[in-house]
Design a protein around this ligand. Structure first.
Ligand code: AMP
Length: 144
């Protein structure tokens, strides 16, 4: 399956945060959306970085009060690993494993067009496995 098909199913909405915003704003957004990472972008299209709950937790473990007053830009990862809508879900799984990341923004013509989380990938794989199991079951029991 291609990433484009996955996005057709789950939608193209991406939660973004301005890199100039405070980390406390990013925390509020993560809680509001019930997600684990935000793409840092000033215009919602151009990717400046990505900030995940891990970045925030790591910083909180070092300095609590200070972390909340930092800007997103201070904690985000700036070299973002992205994928294209034409990539396959299998290649994305390898990308996530190799880079030890759980979120990959989807980019087309240098613009953000979606995001895939490890949860989305697991969901799709489960659906595929269920469909395969059902086909094998039908083949064995019904001979079709
Ligand atoms: P995650 O596993 O996605 O919560 O993120 C773990 C670490 O990788 C954090 O430091 C993130 O900022 C960073 N990270 C997450 N997604 C990406 C990505 N697509 N490209 C680069 N770094 C990322």
């Amino acid at each position: 399956m291609r990433i484009s098909e996955l996005l057709d199913g789950k939608g193209h909405r991406v939660a973004t945060v301005d890199p100039a915003d405070r980390v406390s704003d990013a925390i509020a957004l993560l809680a509001e959306w019930g997600i684990g990472a935000l793409v840092a972008s000033a215009d919602g299209k151009t990717i400046a970085g990505i900030i995940s709950e891990r970045d925030i937790v790591r910083s909180l473990a070092e300095e609590q009060e200070w972390t909340l007053r930092l800007r997103v830009d201070d904690l985000m990862t700036k070299s973002v690993v992205t994928c294209a809508a034409t990539d396959t879900v299998d290649s994305l799984m390898s990308l996530m494993t190799a880079n030890r990341i759980r979120h990959v923004p989807v980019v087309e013509d240098d613009e953000l067009i979606g995001i895939v989380s490890i949860g989305d990938v697991v969901n799709i794989r489960l659906q595929e496995l269920e469909a395969e199991a059902s086909a094998v079951h039908d083949y064995i029991t019904l001979g079709r």
